[in-house]
Design a protein around this ligand. Structure first.
Ligand SMILES: [Zn+2]
Ligand SMILES: [Zn+2]
Length: 336
């Protein structure tokens, strides 16, 4: 592992204008977006509760739920967060594609969109321009509503389609709407045309997150009812849980827990969140060293995403895992 001398996320976002007037969705469109992002997943979760009250949950259904949760959370935390958003390690093209597909199966937007929003969060943490700081708009807003003031999220895929011939041309564009601004936080990813093409199949990958558990449930039980239970537990319930746990990094990750590293923001370390998110819940550690591939800076902190990366490094599938030097870690501690 190499030392990471800087506290800055890598690479540094090149542009963002926090002082610009935020673009707004119309009232009707806000209701529609809210229903799609929160209402439909909640209905899926309720289907799971109804099924549980009616017939309980079998060991196989529980396995599908946990297995799909872990797969998609690895896609989000190790793939989208530590690889695409922060570039904290290097990997092979097939594994990179797998990370992109697993993260897309979580249904939180494409790898490039997710990374653009997240880099914007790091560039303006708890300041105007942070898309989801609870310090600015409150806990509830950071957990459930923040995307309503980012109409760029709905336009981002179409923007990349417009620049299909040469995605890097977005970087030189003079257009300055929100979608262009967040896209310009991705100079490295936009120059990677095969990656952008894979990214643009997001809808297919997201669908796979529901088709796979449905197929698995149907094939193992040999019944349509088994397929339906696979869809409910491995698809719908898993989708809601991974979504809410990831969003909780925005809210809980900046309000509940211990602030023991100097990161100049409200980020907190929270052991429950760390376990649920495979490491991201050591959020204060992460904000102190966003370019680090590991976030377990004390011997008792468990970072499952970091452990997976160390295992993959042993197998030669990932390399150049970046981490802060012991001196930098010590200097950043405010509870020495
Ligand atoms: Zn944060
Ligand atoms: Zn981050």
């Amino acid at each position: 592992m190499s030392a990471l001398p800087s506290l800055s996320p890598a690479p540094t976002p090149t542009t963002s204008e926090p002082t610009q007037t935020p673009e707004q969705l119309s009232g009707a469109r806000r209701s529609l977006v809210l229903f799609v992002v929160q209402g439909i997943p909640l209905l899926g979760f309720c289907a799971g509760v109804w099924l549980f009250l009616r017939e309980g949950i079998s060991g196989w259904d529980l396995g599908l739920l946990v297995g799909m949760y872990l797969l998609t959370m690895v896609g989000i935390e190790v793939g989208f967060h530590r690889y695409f958003a922060h570039r904290t390690f290097e990997t092979t093209r097939p594994l990179r594609a797998l990370f992109l597909i697993l993260g897309s199966m979580a249904g939180q937007g494409s790898a490039l969109l997710w990374s653009a929003v997240h880099r914007t969060h790091h560039a303006h943490t708890d300041q105007p321009g942070d898309p989801h700081s609870p310090l600015l708009r409150g806990f509830f807003w950071a957990q459930f509503l923040w995307y309503l003031e980012m109409p760029a999220i709905g336009r981002f895929g179409r923007l990349l389609d417009r620049y299909r011939a040469s995605p890097a041309d977005i970087l030189a564009s003079r257009e300055d709407d929100q979608a262009h601004r967040i896209a310009r936080t991705l100079p490295d990813l936009l120059r990677d045309e095969p990656l952008v093409r894979l990214n643009q199949r997001y809808g297919t990958w997201m669908l796979l997150g529901f088709v796979l558990p449905t197929l698995a449930g149907g094939l193992v039980t040999g019944t349509w009812a088994g397929a339906l239970r696979g869809l409910v537990w491995g698809g719908l319930v898993r989708y809601y849980l991974v979504q809410q746990v990831t969003f909780a990094i925005n809210s809980v990750g900046h309000t509940v827990g211990v602030h023991s590293m100097n990161s100049r923001d409200t980020s907190r370390n929270n052991v429950v969140m760390a376990l649920l998110t495979l490491g991201s819940g050591w959020h204060n550690n992460h904000h102190a060293f966003p370019g680090s591939a590991r976030v377990d800076f004390r011997w008792w902190q468990v970072d499952l995403g970091g452990l997976l990366l160390r295992l993959l490094a042993r197998l030669g599938l990932v390399w150049d895992l970046r981490e802060p030097s012991p001196d930098a870690l010590l200097a950043a501690r405010i509870d020495r």
